[in-house]
Design a protein around this ligand. Structure first.
Ligand SMILES: [Zn+2]
Ligand SMILES: [Zn+2]
Length: 354
């Protein structure tokens, strides 16, 4: 038997944040990288679309007119998955058929009045407005006694099931803590009880020492491909300073957050020269009014693309019935992303044309 090499031999990696495992099969990517840039017709969207229900001044499906907003906009989702006035009951059914009532609020956040932009093409100043809105929304929802968790997320791209290309995200705030953050909070608490330190701060220190999976950084944040990543170009945004939520971030950190979000989303678009689809979301302290020194604010990006603008990874077969699996290693993905420019390719071309 030859010696085990992480970059060559099949192995399982532990996701310390969830306690789940991912199967890694690096030997299946021995062929040269196929990250070809295809001749995609670049879809040029108008700055304003009269048919879009998120553009300024337009009528939404619920019959309300958007204000003529010039920066950001937040409103209650006209088709909310959660409602604040759900009747309460301890349990319904029991034994094998269990249900619990759930109440909450669903908000929509427009990042920009411009229909044709994405975070990748917005300026740091414009993204900072989004960070401020997230913070204001989170603060207001923490005040709500019925709300215990606030999930801020974005679904970008038709491949992620996003029906409207206008740059926007969502906030679902609810009474219960959803499954994914609940798993992570358990792991973070266990580590804190054992060591007295936040799990993700220990993890970040290790990654900064190893320098194998870092993608980009600034004075307040580090973007890396987590050791246990499932999606080919999954990344984790981590703060250098321990902060449990947006409310604990200093002014400078919020600007740095806008800066790092612009950088990673521009790198993503540059990878296959396409508006890169993903689901991203913020995990932070529960909105229960308690201190959470064990919990580190962080942001996940889960993009589905694998080898090109059109070849996506499918979570089928083994993934559905066994568990997550990947071929390209986290180290290789991190290197591809690290080597890419953080200046958006559209702006590069504009500069070149001048
Ligand atoms: Zn629009
Ligand atoms: Zn998380």
């Amino acid at each position: 038997m030859t010696d085990f090499v992480l970059a060559e031999h099949p192995h399982r990696r532990l996701n310390i944040l969830t306690g789940d495992w991912v199967l890694v099969s690096p030997h299946r990517t021995q062929r040269p990288w196929q990250g070809q840039v295809e001749d995609i017709v670049i879809e040029q969207r108008p700055e304003y679309d009269p048919e879009c229900y998120l553009c300024p001044g337009n009528r939404r499906a619920g019959g309300v007119n958007n204000p003529a907003y010039t920066e950001t906009l937040a409103f209650n989702n006209d088709f909310a998955a959660l409602k604040p006035d759900t009747p309460e009951a301890d349990h319904m059914g029991g034994g094998l058929l269990v249900a619990k009532t759930e109440s909450g609020i669903c908000r929509v956040i427009c990042f920009s009045p411009r229909h044709d932009l994405t975070l990748a093409e917005m300026t740091v100043e414009e993204i900072r407005k989004v960070v401020d809105l997230w913070t204001d929304e989170y603060r207001a929802l923490v005040e709500d006694e019925n709300i215990n968790y606030v999930l801020i997320f974005e679904n970008k791209g038709a491949v992620m099931g996003c029906s409207n290309p206008h740059p926007h995200g969502q906030i679902w705030a609810q009474h219960a803590i959803p499954c994914e953050p609940a798993k992570e909070l358990r792991q973070m608490l266990r580590h804190y009880q054992e060591t007295g330190r936040p799990l993700l701060q220990d993890y970040l220190s290790l990654e900064l020492k190893l320098q194998q999976r870092i993608v980009c950084e600034n004075s307040s944040f580090v973007v890396l491909v987590p050791y246990w990543a499932i999606w080919p170009y999954e990344v984790l945004v981590l703060p250098r300073r321990q902060v449990a939520s947006l409310l604990e971030m200093a002014d400078r950190e919020k600007t740095d957050l806008a800066d790092i979000l612009r950088k990673i989303t521009a790198k993503y678009d540059n990878l296959f020269r396409v508006s890169f689809p993903y689901s991203s979301g913020i995990h932070q302290a529960p909105a229960d009014g308690k201190e959470h020194p064990d919990c580190t604010w962080h942001m996940h990006f889960y993009p589905p693309l694998l080898r090109s603008a059109t070849v996506k990874k499918f979570m089928v077969g083994y993934e559905m019935l066994g568990g997550p699996q990947r071929d390209i290693t986290a180290e290789t993905s991190a290197q591809y992303l690290r080597d890419l420019s953080d200046i958006h390719y559209k702006y590069k071309e504009e500069t070149a044309l001048r």
